[in-house]
Design a protein around this ligand. Sequence first.
Ligand SMILES: NC(=O)c1ccc[n+]([C@@H]2O[C@H](COP(=O)([O-])OP(=O)(O)OC[C@H]3O[C@@H](n4cnc5c(N)ncnc54)[C@H](OP(=O)(O)O)[C@@H]3O)[C@@H](O)[C@H]2O)c1
Length: 333
Amino acid sequence: MSDNDKTLCVVGASGLVGSHIVKAALAAGFRVNGTLRNADDPQKAPYLMALPGAAERLTLYSADMATSADFDAPLAGCDAVFIACLVPIYAGRDGTPAREMDEDRGWAEIIRPIEDGCLNIMQAAARQDVKNVIVCSSTSSTNPREPVAVKNEIDHPSDLQHQLSQKKYTAAEKTVMEASARAFAKEHGQRLVIFLPTMMLGPTILPEHANRAFHKALADMLEGKKGWHDTVPAGSMSVSHLDDVAALFLAGYETPEASGRYFAVYDSWPWRDIYAEIGKHVPASALPAPLDGEPEMPTGFDFTRRDSLGVTLRDIPTTLKETLDWLKTKPFG
Ligand SMILES: NC(=O)c1ccc[n+]([C@@H]2O[C@H](COP(=O)([O-])OP(=O)(O)OC[C@H]3O[C@@H](n4cnc5c(N)ncnc54)[C@H](OP(=O)(O)O)[C@@H]3O)[C@@H](O)[C@H]2O)c1
């Protein structure tokens, strides 16, 4: 409990990533101000308030990133803000998929809300003199036009013009947001640390997170149902454990010289190998049909910057086993 004189703000405290940052920050002895859009949400708040240390040191606030002033109260007196609410937008206000939009709509309805939301929170942080800003982005901002065998966070940003020309507005959100956040932080003397995860697994804190995306696919597979794929894809997936991602976020905050982008993935594996691990835990009937041929080369990462933060990450078999063992217990009934 060495750090309980400091308060950290977690924006998106009810999110998959944010709830794990809250948990890790409480475990490290910090006071935490968490935000979600409705702090009284009965499907969310009780699970956060049940975390160890929450009753004494967690306060929840209602705040929407569209309104900068919402963040003045939760940021007052904080030493850092963790921004984990920049959820990808896949469709416009009328339901039009992002990939069917022209560029004007792509900017207005997909890219700008994320960029503006992040800047609204950073503006509140500047008003409240919060100097440490840690942002959750994603590896979608690390896909250069010409793929490289081994990518790093510095030399291999996504090519915005290419993303726009391909109507990849959802991926471009993060590319644009990161550039604007960098410029804002520089102008206002904030230290900006950006984490880049892909698929995150492990036990979840809120029930809704166990019931979506690959967590849901794994739960279905434990019951013998097909998950995401009918056939093993030729491609790969990058994976990390939620608690390790949260540990990276805290390390990014607690390492004063940390700045800029950091991968938050353990590694990328061919789906073939991921399903081979899953096959050790689920009925054979749930597995996708085998891949015909050899898998493509998985994404290669240079983890020098990630490892400079001193966090040891679980390997993929351990993360999958922990997730499946936990799902087997039907943790939320
Ligand atoms: N999940 C993944 O697999 C994954 C993979 C790669 C990167 N990421 C990145 O991780 C970050 C967090 O994603 P996540 O999966 O943790 O998201 P999530 O589970 O959907 O949670 C999003 C959080 O943001 C809050 N939020 C949503 N809209 C908001 C708004 N307009 N204003 C303020 N708060 C708002 C939500 O609270 P309420 O809804 O309760 O208001 C919730 O606390 C994102 O940047 C995402 O791109 C996620």
